[in-house]
Every structure is written in C-alpha cells, then in structure tokens.
Design a protein around this ligand. Structure first.
Ligand SMILES: Nc1ncnc2c1ncn2[C@@H]1O[C@H](COP(=O)(O)OP(=O)(O)OP(=O)(O)O)[C@@H](O)[C@H]1O
Ligand SMILES: [Mg+2]
Length: 309
C-alpha cells in the first residue's frame, strides 16, 4: 500500500489554483519531494494531506484513510512540521516537547525518556531549559522536527525543512531525516531548493501553479532532457562552425565570448572525441566542460522559467 495517494486533487483560493488536478503517490519508506517555486501550491498540498484544509475535489488517502473523513486516524499516522515554526516562545524547549506530547501521544509512560532521545538527536538537550523564543532560527527548526517525531508517526510532512538555516544545520536535518527513513518512516519534503531535492529525495514531483509538471527520481527527471550542456574554449576564435552544425546533432549553439562555444547535445561522451578532432583543424582546445542537466534545467525546460524566479 502507498503511504499517500493523491488523485486528481483540486483546490482554489478566489480563483487562484493552488492544486490543479494534482495526482501523485508516496511509497512507504521513501523521502518524497514536492519541488516548486514560491506559490506553486506546496504548503497547500501538505496541509490538505494533514486534513487542515479540505480539497475542492479529488481524493487523498493516507495509508488508505481519508484525512477529511478519518481525521483522528490520520493524525496518529502523520506528523506535520510546518513552514512557519509554531512553537511557544515563552516555554522552554523541553516544555514545548511536553506540551506536544500531552496533545498527541497516547502513551505517556516513557515521555521523559522519549523527549530526551529526540532532543539529543537534534543536539538540543544541553539547551533544553532555554526559552524556545530565544533559540536561533536553526535551533527552532531542529526543535520542531524533534517535536514532530515524538508521537512516533509513520509519515512526516516537512514543509521547507531547511529554509533560512546554515549549512551545518542543513546537513544535520538531512542526516536526521535519512536516519528516520531507516527506521521505516516516509517523508514528504516541500522545497524550492533543487540541491535539497537532489540530495535528500528518492523521488520528486515538480509542481508549478498547482500542476504536476514531472515526477520521478532526480536522475530520471534529468534524463528526460536527453542532452548535456557542452562548453569548449579554444585558443583562436573559430569563425566557421558549419562542421559543428552539419556534422553533429547539436542544438542551441551560442557563443558566450569569441573564444567559447556552448551547445547542447544528447550523450556528449559518445561524440566528444570526434568533435574535438574536427575542432582541432581550426584551433587548439584550451578547456572542455560537459555539464549534466540539473533539476533547475528540468524546471526551465518544462516551464520556461527558473525555479527561483
Ligand atoms: N488561505 C489562503 N487564502 C488565499 N490564498 C491562499 C491561501 N493559501 C494559499 N493561497 C494561495 O495559493 C497559492 C499557493 O500557495 P502555497 O502557500 O501553497 O504555495 P507554496 O508552494 O507553499 O509557496 P512558498 O514556496 O512560498 O511557501 C498562492 O497563490 C497563495 O497565495
Ligand atoms: Mg509554502
């Protein structure tokens, strides 16, 4: 059974589509990424899965249960770590954890030990007595993840896990998410950061204006572009590039400067030796750079826009 299934889900706010016939499945035990620019509908989608928001139409299932009709069951299965960190600033980190446990944990017999374990994992145990409001942004993100794991959820929805945190905290959070995955948990990560999607997620759905653009592993998505980006710098300007246009299946040739040729080609490795040989008749090659398409290139390819525009 899939951990989560969305089938043709729609949600509009005053005519703005935040989910437009959106369908995807999250397999049990995987880290699934919702990747899209600001306003794409990521938070809306995550909130519909938790049952906080109701879809206008379509079906959402969490291990076969409807968030709309079986909210109590779904709340036990999932934990939501929201984009806006919602902690009690006047309470200590420890008391924030205790308060959450009182609300969400059925069994409080081991609560103190559980809180200790989660705070230690996030490297917050030494600072447990500090007011949460005095925590740095990165510490608050770690606290909300620690809190979200307290009731031992099977699925964690983490909205923009590392927005505004430094590199160290980013890696700590990624490592913790991967550790949790090893224990069998499934994750939905929403992000507009392609490095995060690439490094953390097993599969990704790219969304824009609430619509699914492409779904697959990061490698599958990049492979859909079917071409590499090649940049060659020569010692002399190469004026006549007919040999390139007619001899090789290149596309989108450009010249960033007089000594540099840039083009796209499928499977660059297979033709690069022949191409360099041809080019050497005109000029020596100073530098060769082959770039595989990134998730940014995938987004650009499908939408005509940069992910961060
Ligand atoms: N409660 C609401 N009322 C009105 N419009 C809303 C509401 N929630 C979301 N929207 C709109 O729906 C669209 C999608 O918003 P959403 O917050 O889901 O995007 P997002 O992908 O999470 O963006 P971000 O990366 O900025 O967090 C936006 O146009 C937003 O203004
Ligand atoms: Mg959001």
């Amino acid at each position: 059974m899939n951990a989560i299934e969305l089938t043709q889900v729609n949600k509009s706010f005053n005519g703005i589509k935040a989910a437009d016939n959106l369908s995807f499945q999250v397999h049990e035990g995987e880290i699934f990424g919702l990747l899209g620019p600001n306003g794409a509908g990521k938070s809306t989608t995550v909130r519909m899965i938790t049952g906080c928001l109701h879809a206008d139409s379509g079906s959402i299932q969490v291990f076969g249960h409807s968030p709309q009709k079986e909210i109590k069951t779904v709340r036990k299965l999932i934990s939501m770590v929201p984009q806006e960190t919602n902690i009690y600033n006047d309470l200590s980190a420890y008391d924030n954890m205790l308060h959450h446990a009182a609300l969400y944990c059925d069994d409080l017999s081991n609560v103190e030990e559980n809180i200790k374990v989660q705070l230690q994992k996030m490297e917050l145990w030494e600072r447990r007595k500090d007011k949460a409001g005095n925590y740095s942004g990165g510490m608050k993100r770690r606290l909300v993840l620690a809190r979200g794991l307290l009731h031992n959820p099977q699925i964690v929805l983490f909205d923009e896990p590392t927005l505004g945190v430094d590199v160290q905290v980013r890696h700590l959070l990624w490592d913790q998410i991967k550790e949790q995955q090893k224990e069998g948990r499934s994750f939905i990560i929403s992000t507009n950061d392609m490095t995060e999607a690439q490094q953390l997620c097993d599969r990704i759905t790219i969304i824009d204006h609430g619509k699914e653009i492409a779904t697959g592993t990061p490698e599958e998505l990049k492979a859909t572009l079917k071409r590499d980006i090649v940049q060659i710098t020569t010692s002399q300007p190469v004026d006549n590039i007919t040999f390139l246009e007619t001899g090789f299946p290149v596309e989108n040739i450009s010249r960033p400067d007089p000594l540099t040729l840039r083009f796209e080609i499928a499977n660059a490795e297979a033709i690069i030796a022949d191409l360099l040989h041809s080019l050497n008749q005109f000029s020596g090659v100073q530098n060769l750079h082959i770039k595989r398409p990134s998730l940014d290139d995938v987004f650009l390819h499908y939408t005509g826009r940069e992910l961060r525009e």
